[in-house]
Design a protein around this ligand. Structure first.
Ligand code: 9MR
Length: 354
C-alpha cells in the first residue's frame, strides 16, 4: 500500500493550524476494561505465528481480544511460496488452532488480492488459470470451513486516487468486477457459512475512493454477488479533516450489511519536514480520529457492528515499526512496547462504553 505521496500533498495545511493550537495531552487511561468485553461485535487484532510464543503479546491478547486476523501467513505470499502444488497451510492451521483453543473467532485474510499471486498464475493458459483460481479458493476456504467466522474474499480492488478499479492479473482474466464476482461465488461454494467481506483502505481519508467503493458495492449487490460484509481497514492518518470519518461510515451503513473496522492504526508521522508539531499534539489528533471512528461504529445498528480490529496490539508489533518504515518512535497502536495502554486505548474504551 502506498499512501505516502498522497500524504505529502495533505501535510502542509495542518502544520500551520497545529502551530497555533496549544499542545493537548491525550488521556492516559487509568484503568482499561478488557476491550473485548465492551466492544459490540468482536475486538480483534492481527496476528502472526511468532506472537503465539511471546508472553507479553499472549497476555494482552487473552485479556482484550476476541477475534484474530492472520497478518500475512494466510495469504498467497506464504501459502503459495512453494508453488501451486504444495500449499503451505501449516501456519494458518496453527493460528486457527490457537484461536479455537482460546475461544477467539478467526477472520480469514485474504483470498484474492491484486498484490499477490502474479508469479504463480502468470504463464497459465485460460483453462489452467481458471482451475488454479477456483481451486485455490476451494482448498483454502474449504479447509477453514467451520473454523473461520468470516473471510476477506477480495482485498483492495480500488485505485489509490479513487478514479476506478485496479488493473491486475485477476482483472486481466475476468474483468474488473468479474474477478471479484468470481471470487465471491467460489468462496460461497467453499464455505456456505462464513460471512464474506470486501476489504479496502483509505476510504475515510480519500473521499473519491470511498465513493468508488460504495459504487462497487452497489453494483456487486445488484448483480447478485454473495457479498455480505464491508471491511474498512482504517489505516488512518492524524490530519483527516474532522467529520470525514463519521460521514463515510454513515454512507457505508446504508447497505445494511455488517461492517468490520478491519485494520485500524494511526501513524503519528506525516511526510512533511516542515511539520514541527510535538508528540502531545500528534497524540491528541490521533485520539480524536480514533474517537470519531469508534463513535461512528457505535452509531451503527447493532446487527451491523461486526467487529473492530486493530492492526497489531503494541506499537512495536506494527508494520510501521519494521524495516525502512521504522523511525523507532511511531505509536500507531493501542498499547506501548511494554503493553501499557496508549491514549488510543482510552479513546476506544470511552467510545465503546458511551
Ligand atoms: O502488516 C502486513 C505485513 O506484515 C505484510 O508484510 C504485508 C504484505 O502481506 O501486509 C501487511 O498488511 C496489510 C494488509 O494485509 C492489507 N492492508 C494493508 C496492510 C498493511 O500494509
Amino acid at each position: 500500500m502506498n499512501r505516502r505521496a498522497l500524504l505529502t500533498s495533505l501535510a502542509l495545511a495542518p502544520v500551520i493550524a497545529g502551530c497555533r493550537r496549544a499542545a493537548v495531552a491525550g488521556p492516559q487511561p487509568a484503568r482499561l476494561p478488557p476491550l473485548k468485553t465492551i466492544t459490540p461485535g468482536a475486538f480483534g487484532t492481527c496476528v502472526q505465528l511468532a506472537n503465539l510464543t511471546d508472553p507479553g503479546w499472549l497476555d494482552l491478547a487473552r485479556t482484550h481480544v476476541s477475534q484474530l486476523t492472520p497478518e500475512w501467513e494466510m495469504k498467497m505470499e506464504y501459502i503459495l511460496a512453494d508453488g501451486p502444488d504444495r500449499l503451505r497451510l501449516d501456519r494458518s492451521d496453527r493460528i486457527a488452532r490457537f484461536a479455537a483453543d482460546n475461544g477467539m473467532a478467526l477472520h480469514g485474510h485474504t483470498l484474492i488480492w491484486y498484490a499477490q499471486g502474479q508469479d504463480v498464475f502468470s504463464g497459465l493458459d485460460n483453462a489452467a488459470f481458471d482451475r488454479a483460481f477456483d481451486g485455490y479458493i476451494a482448498t483454502v476456504a474449504g479447509r477453514y470451513r467451520g473454523k473461520v467466522r468470516s473471510w476477506d474474499v477480495v482485498n483492495e480492488p480500488i485505485l489509490d486516487d479513487g478514479s476506478g478499479l485496479r488493473d491486475c492479473h485477476w482483472s486481466r482474466r475476468y474483468g474488473q468486477d468479474g474477478y471479484i464476482r468470481r471470487a465471491f461465488d467460489q468462496a460461497r461454494i467453499a464455505d456456505p457459512d462464513a460471512v464474506l467481506f470486501l476489504n479496502e483502505y483509505n476510504l475515510e481519508g480519500v473521499p473519491a475512493k470511498g465513493t468508488q467503493f460504495l459504487r462497487l458495492v452497489e453494483r456487486l449487490l445488484k448483480s447478485g454477488c454473495p457479498l455480505q460484509g464491508l471491511g474498512t481497514q482504517s489505516h488512518l492518518w492524524i490530519d483527516i479533516p474532522d467529520g470525514q470519518i463519521a460521514a463515510f461510515m454513515h454512507e457505508l451503513a446504508q447497505f445494511g450489511l455488517p461492517i468490520h473496522v478491519s485494520e485500524l492504526d494511526v501513524s503519528l508521522r506525516t511526510d512533511s519536514p516542515l511539520d514541527l508539531r510535538g508528540l502531545q499534539e500528534r497524540l491528541s489528533r490521533q485520539t480524536a480520529r480514533v474517537a470519531e471512528l469508534a463513535a461512528a461504529y457505535m452509531r451503527l445498528p447493532a446487527a451491523q457492528r461486526f467487529g473492530f480490529t486493530t492492526w497489531g496490539l503494541r506499537d512495536t508489533d506494527s508494520w510501521y515499526r519494521r524495516g525502512d518504515k521504522d523511525d523507532g518512535k511511531d505509536r500507531p497502536l493501542p498499547f506501548d512496547a511494554t503493553g501499557r495502554p496508549n491514549p488510543m486505548a482510552g479513546a476506544l474504551a470511552a467510545a465503546f462504553q458511551r
